[in-house]
Design a binder for this molecule. Structure first.
Ligand code: G6P
Length: 607
């Protein structure tokens, strides 16, 4: 979603702003802009489209203080007029989030004579600060006063032509951090934008406001109380967010999965047993009393939850439900204080997942666990227990390595719950841990199927629709395969549990409807084979991802790719890999923008 970069330094900051925006491109955006304090007036450049265009348009602009933004349209269409920064008098503002009372602010400010030139909620912040400056000329104090009138979520950065050398930033509900250094001070919505200048980061809390100059940082609460926020040295490596030899981040991240899994599973070490403490010091006591689990998540993260449900019920014997966060938060549900709430999120910022978690807590559900890839995120901070997946930064909008590492984390949760419920013998535990340890090697072998998958992608990249089938714990993998394909190749894809085929989707099957089937050699294989024959009989073309030992014969309309080894309970982690590769290569054939698919954002921080 939207991204912010701001800088006050001793030398030209325009290249820092542009480079920072480039690092935020992955979050998804449709327009970009920057504003700097010029010699006589605010200089603003905005463009619809890529940051590269903004870079060309701002060539020659030089300044020591400025703010910049990538916008993902919420209020008003993507166009230059709606792009940030928004200017009012001598000030310019960039904003992430949504201001809920913007209509009443707009009416009030219009009555005072302010003329709105955009449809955005942000422009009302710009005019509100400008109006406040008339009575309170200090920018920091004026932003403090103005922010107290805002309802909703925001992270903002403001400059004033009449107060050069200064940037004021504030946050409530949307992420914002500072980067501090000896040569300048910076702010951004994501640490990756600032690694180019510093590793020293200060995370602002909700209700914080800060003033940055080249040589100073002042932070207070909105009511003026001074606060001291610690400086963290970011462990993110700049190389982790570089593309290296890969063509796209998605490709890089698919191929990073063996390493991401190895890092995530490092916590198990060489041990033959696993302890609840991997979820936090309190986990032993907290989990002992758990009678059921409710998983809350969105998008790909919900698919890891649906997969885990099969594990948690079959191996640990714990009743488990999975709910899409945006549904749960508005539904009247029956609270159960003994239920463990598991919030799964790559970013830890997804507005619906965070709101669903808060809703559960407000109902008295205090047993909460975050499974997340970002340690400092809001979801992690608000849960009693946590497991941090160590996938490394995921830049491609379509989630890949975050998904498989979430699955690994959820399998660890399954083992811990099974132990707590005394359903796991020491031999079974040791065997599962061995299997987990071997997982990176097994994934590596599946990645070697890439060439064969490329050929398949060629065959159906010109199709309009595709069906994905799976059964049991591989049904969520079919869901994930269909989501990947539609996200990045724009081919309409749906997933069904294969047994449902005859209850509707079979009506769609003909030679133009490729049917992709996840067919590991498990106890449901025979049932699945009958479903596949139903497709074959209707002239449908089948693409089957089987295991080395699945006995499915190849024929004219039945193409089979065999994964090197059957992986038992953990098989979903292997079977999703070819589906990721298939979508990636179908998108390449179609020439879509793989890492930044149209209309989508990496972290959906607004509702
Ligand atoms: C967006 C992304 C998806 C992601 C979903 C949930 O829609 O495009 O890739 O699965 O958000 O994100 P989270 O960070 O909570 O896992």
């Amino acid at each position: 979603m939207c991204g912010i970069v701001a800088a006050a330094a001793g030398n030209n900051i325009v290249p820092v702003l542009v480079e920072g925006l480039k690092k935020l491109e992955y979050r998804g955006y449709d327009s970009a802009g920057l504003a700097v304090i010029g010699a006589n007036a605010i200089e603003r450049v905005r463009s619809v489209g890529r940051v590269a265009e903004l870079e060309s348009a701002s060539a020659g602009t030089q300044a020591v203080t400025g703010i910049a933004h990538t916008r993902w349209a919420t209020h008003g269409v993507p166009c230059e007029r709606n792009a940030h920064p928004h200017i009012s008098g001598s000030i310019a503002v960039v904003h992430n989030g949504i201001i809920e009372n913007y209509e009443s602010l707009r009416r009030e400010l219009t009555a005072k004579g302010y003329v709105f030139t955009s449809e955005t909620d942000t422009e009302s912040i710009a005019h509100l600060i400008e109006a406040t400056l008339k009575a309170e000329p200090d920018l920091f104090a004026a932003v403090q006063i103005a922010c107290r009138r805002l309802v909703g979520a925001y992270a903002i950065a403001v400059i004033d032509q009449r107060q050069p050398g200064k940037v004021v930033v504030a946050r409530e509900g949307s992420p914002l951090l500072l980067g501090v250094s000896e040569t300048g001070n910076y702010a951004a919505s994501d640490a990756s934008a600032l690694l180019q200048v510093t590793r020293h980061m200060v995370y602002l809390e909700n209700g914080d406001i800060a003033e940055l100059t080249a040589g100073s940082v002042k932070i207070t609460r909105l009511d003026g109380t001074p606060v001291d926020r610690p400086v963290h040295v970011s462990q993110l490596s700049a190389a982790a967010v570089e593309l290296g030899n890969y063509q796209h981040y998605m490709q890089k991240e698919i191929f990073e999965q063996p390493e991401a899994l190895a890092n995530t599973l490092e916590i198990v070490g060489g041990s033959k047993t696993i302890q609840p403490g991997i979820f936090g010091a309190e986990a032993g006591n907290l989990l002992a009393d758990v009678d059921s689990i409710l998983i809350l998540a969105c998008g790909t993260s919900s698919h890891s939850g649906y997969t885990a449900r099969y594990w948690l019920e079959a191996i640990a014997g714990v009743p488990c439900n999975v709910e899409i966060a945006s549904e749960y938060r508005y539904r009247t549900s029956v609270a159960n204080p003994r239920q463990l709430i598991v919030a799964i999120s790559q970013s830890g910022e997804t507005a619906d997942t965070l709101a669903a978690l808060r809703h559960a807590k407000s109902l008295g559900q205090q047993k909460t666990l975050a499974i997340c890839n970002v340690p400092e995120s809001a979801i992690v901070r608000e849960c009693a227990l946590r497991f941090i997946t160590r996938a490394g930064p995921e830049i491609g909008v379509a989630s890949t390595k975050a998904f498989t590492t979430q699955l690994a984390a959820l399998f660890l949760l399954t083992l811990v719950m099974a132990k707590v419920k005394q359903r796991l013998s020491a031999e079974q535990e040791a065997a599962y841990i061995d299997q987990l340890r071997h997982l990176p090697v097994a994934v590596h072998k599946v990645l070697e199927l890439e060439e064969a998958i490329k050929a398949w992608a060629q065959r159906f990249a010109d199709k309009q629709h595709a069906l994905f089938l799976g059964r049991g714990r591989h049904y969520p993998i079919a869901l994930e395969g269909a989501l990947k394909l539609k996200e990045i190749s724009y081919i309409h894809a749906e997933a069904y549990p294969a047994g449902e085929l005859k209850h509707g989707p079979l009506a769609l099957v003909d030679a133009n409807m490729p049917v992709i089937s996840v067919a590991p050699n498990d106890q449901l294989l025979d049932k699945l084979k009958s479903n596949l024959r139903e497709v074959e009989a209707r002239g449908g073309e089948l693409y089957v991802f089987a295991d080395a030992d699945s006995e499915i014969p190849e024929s004219a309309g039945v193409h089979i790719l065999r994964l090197p080894e059957h992986y038992g309970e953990l098989s979903p982690i292997l079977h999703v890999i070819p589906l990721q590769l298939l979508s990636y290569h179908a998108a390449l054939v179609k020439g879509t923008d793989v890492d930044k698919p149209r209309n989508l954002a990496k972290s959906v921080t607004v509702e």
